[in-house]
Design a protein. Structure first.
Length: 74
């Protein structure tokens, strides 16, 4: 993402949009979680704010269960 847009909330908006789409899709197909590959420590921190959990064997690969997403979107 261009640094001009950093800190303006676009990352959060994009993430919320993607999570909403994943939650809706999970009503039609078997989706259990959303997985992201964080590029650096700042990204790990960003996703951590939204409840993403690191996989034990790779701290840069994070996941968020669909159940958690559905509850948050209520």
């Amino acid at each position: 993402m261009d640094r001009v847009f950093k800190g303006q909330g676009y990352g959060q908006k994009l993430l919320m949009h993607a999570l909403g789409k994943a939650a809706n899709l999970s009503k039609e197909v078997a989706v259990n979680m959303v997985v992201v590959d964080a590029k650096d420590d700042n990204a790990i921190s960003f996703y951590g704010k939204y409840g993403f959990i690191s996989l034990a064997d790779n701290r840069r690969t994070l996941f968020l269960p669909i159940k958690t997403i559905r509850e948050a979107l209520k």
